[in-house]
Design a protein around this ligand. Structure first.
Ligand SMILES: NC(=O)c1ccc[n+]([C@@H]2O[C@H](COP(=O)([O-])OP(=O)(O)OC[C@H]3O[C@@H](n4cnc5c(N)ncnc54)[C@H](O)[C@@H]3O)[C@@H](O)[C@H]2O)c1
Length: 353
């Protein structure tokens, strides 16, 4: 199977690339290499003959056409996107361009390619999206996002992803393009760019810096280990039903405060401080504007139809993640110098210039 992965130099895309190559698939990684990309994420497969890299922007139709023509993929897994909510508050324009216009270009390129080849049966366009398109849930544990939950995006990031989901469904209904969609909860794990909560907390503890928690830390997320997510994505890309969407969750709801305290406990054990506990570094900071209270996934469709379940609890996944950051300073240290990393973003809502 030849798989074209967009965004394969990012966090989740690179996990998909590594896993797909390890399972014997040919993979073409198409990525523009934005600030969030890191080609070191795919070092484990970089010299494998099954792997190829193409630097291209998903808004560039001629470039996409030539990548499709050159590599002739059987499956497209579309992950390339601007992904950080705080950056979407400061500069929504890039999110509209990459997530909406970029997805439109990908759909048109894929449609042309599929039609010109006589609409081969096995072709799939798998669009990877987020649970944030569903909005925010109340605390009631019985309330979960299902595939039928109405869309109610509340940040520029989630609105741009919701728009891209609608485009993907429209290309299926209107043109018959064989699509599969998935909406997943918050990912974490190795190679997570150091602007997201979990790597920020791990790296700040190691540097003895404060651990910033937005608001009162009561926001709830359903945490999904990235390698479990990559496994679910490959299953959906190859066996998901055409035209259907699937919610993927970790079955691991935690408040942000609980999550940060767990990371502190793991580090207290693996790399104890001279005095006290890392939890002493926790600091509550101004909340994110429009911060969604709770996301929680009902994963019964992917579980019942395809037999998929997450393989780790959040405690196991966090321990693996913390150990990975302790052992891979060469990976994360250079990324701390990238623009915006280590700064508070998305807090003041000044209009972009
Ligand atoms: N991280 C999460 O917790 C999470 C949760 C749910 C869904 N998602 C979705 O999964 C996908 C991957 O997320 P991630 O966390 O790995 O993101 P990421 O920011 O780590 O990586 C995104 C990758 O896309 C590339 N990219 C961005 N714009 C591009 C463009 N115009 N053309 C080509 N490449 C471009 C970047 O260079 C980068 O390598 C996204 O679509 C995101 O919306 C992420």
């Amino acid at each position: 199977m030849k798989i074209l992965v967009t965004g394969g130099a990012g966090f989740i895309g690179s996990a998909v690339v590594r896993l797909a190559v390890s399972r014997g698939h040919s993979v073409v990684n198409l990525d523009a290499l934005t600030y969030a990309a890191c080609l070191a994420n795919v070092t484990p497969v970089a010299d494998n003959p099954l792997y190829a890299f193409e630097q291209a922007d998903i808004r560039d139709r001629p470039a996409l056409d030539s990548v499709f023509d050159a590599h002739q993929p059987d499956i497209v897994m579309h992950l390339a996107a601007e992904s950080h909510v705080d950056r979407s508050i400061d500069g929504p324009g890039d999110f509209i361009k990459s997530n909406i216009t970029g997805t439109f270009s990908m759909l048109e390129t894929a449609r042309k390619y599929w039609v010109e080849r006589g609409k081969p049966n096995g072709f799939r366009f798998h669009h990877i999206s987020t649970d944030e398109v569903f909005g925010s849930l109340p605390a009631d544990p019985a309330m979960l996002f299902t595939e039928d939950t109405p869309y109610d995006p509340r940040s520029p990031y989630s609105a741009s992803k919701a728009s891209s989901d609608h485009l993907v469904r429209a290309w299926h209904e209107t043109y018959g393009l064989p699509v599969v969609l998935s909406n997943c909860s918050n990912n974490y794990g190795p190679y997570h760019f150091p602007e997201k909560l979990i790597p920020v907390v791990i790296l700040n503890t190691l540097a003895g810096k404060s651990l910033p928690i937005y608001g009162d830390g009561s926001n709830i997320r359903d945490w999904l280990y990235v390698e479990d997510h990559a496994d679910a994505l490959l299953l959906l890309a190859t066996q998901g039903k055409v035209g259907r969407s699937y919610n993927i969750g970790g079955e691991n709801e935690r408040t942000n405060l609980e999550l940060v305290k767990t990371i502190c406990q793991i580090l207290d054990r693996l790399k104890p401080r001279a005095h006290g506990t890392y939890a002493d570094l926790i600091t509550f900071v101004t909340d994110r504007p429009g911060h969604d209270a709770r996301y929680a996934i009902d994963p019964s469709r992917i579980r019942d139809e395809l037999g998929w379940r997450p393989s780790v609890t959040v405690e196991e996944g966090l321990e693996r993640t913390v150990r990975w950051y302790l052992e891979n300073e060469d990976w994360w240290r250079p990324l701390l110098a990238r623009k915006g990393v280590g700064q508070r973003l998305g807090a003041d809502q000044k209009p972009a210039q």
